[in-house]
Design a protein around this ligand. Structure first.
Ligand SMILES: N[C@@H](CCC(=O)N[C@@H](CS)C(=O)NCC(=O)O)C(=O)O
Length: 218
């Protein structure tokens, strides 16, 4: 029995939901209220000492960190193409898992947090990192349809969620058609699950920040 401790608006949690969908695996979702600190209880800290979601339990085993969970699920349940084990294939996938925890987290994910959680415009740092990430993705996707190799891997799953909602961080993907085409390719995979809609409170904050930016630009 697989249990996912999750928070619906989190892109890190969505990576796992998405991959469970792509693998066609049944699971129980336990939605935690982060505002009430449900991820910091003794029970949750025993499962993940970092006190963050996502956390995945599979029987007696427990895993945290979205990248680590994708690695576990790929090797435990997935076809080989999701995480190749030859030295070159593994290195290519790991390169993008690192980007998912680094450039994506401090770029588009940080921009989204600023807008929908804090009601602020994204920082220059988040914008600059996002542009650099999108340029790197564009160069990579000029050589093939997927981020690592010629088939979808967990690299694509790990990078997808925050890019799929880039507009929540006021990021415009129109100058990056290869990234948009790649998003569409991921979304066409069998078993695909999209990021959930914004809650009304988050949608309101997005609209307010968007309006303020439009006035500033005028
Ligand atoms: N490296 C971790 C980061 C997880 C993370 O940042 N989780 C956020 C939700 S997106 C969280 O639990 N935030 C609450 C906190 O840090 O207290 C992963 O990829 O799973």
């Amino acid at each position: 029995m697989i249990t996912l401790y999750t928070y619906a608006q989190s892109g890190n949690c969505h990576k796992v939901r998405l991959f469970l969908g792509l693998l066609g695996l049944a699971f129980e979702a336990r939605e935690l209220n982060l505002a009430q600190g449900e991820h910091k209880t003794e029970e949750m800290l025993a499962l993940n000492p970092f006190g963050q979601v996502p956390v995945l339990s599979d029987g007696e085993k427990t895993f945290s960190d979205s990248q680590a969970i994708l690695v576990y699920l790929a090797r435990r349940y997935g076809a080989d193409h999701w995480l190749p084990l030859d030295p070159e294939g593994l290195a290519k996938v790991t390169r993008w898992l690192a980007a998912a925890a680094g450039e994506v987290q401090y770029g588009p994910a940080a921009a989204r947090v600023a807008v929908i959680f804090r009601g602020e415009a994204p920082s220059d740092d988040a914008r600059t990192r996002t542009t650099r990430l999108l340029q790197a993705m564009s160069r990579t996707l000029a050589l093939g349809e997927w981020l690592a190799g010629d088939q979808p891997t967990i690299a694509d799953v790990a990078v997808f969620p925050y890019l799929s909602v880039a507009h929540h961080g006021l990021i415009d993907l129109s100058p990056f058609p290869r990234v948009r085409d790649w998003l569409a390719r991921v979304a066409a995979l069998p078993g695909f699950v999209p990021m959930p809609e914004l809650t009304p409170a988050f949608a309101d904050r997005l609209a307010t920040v968007q309006a303020a930016q439009t006035i500033k630009a005028a």
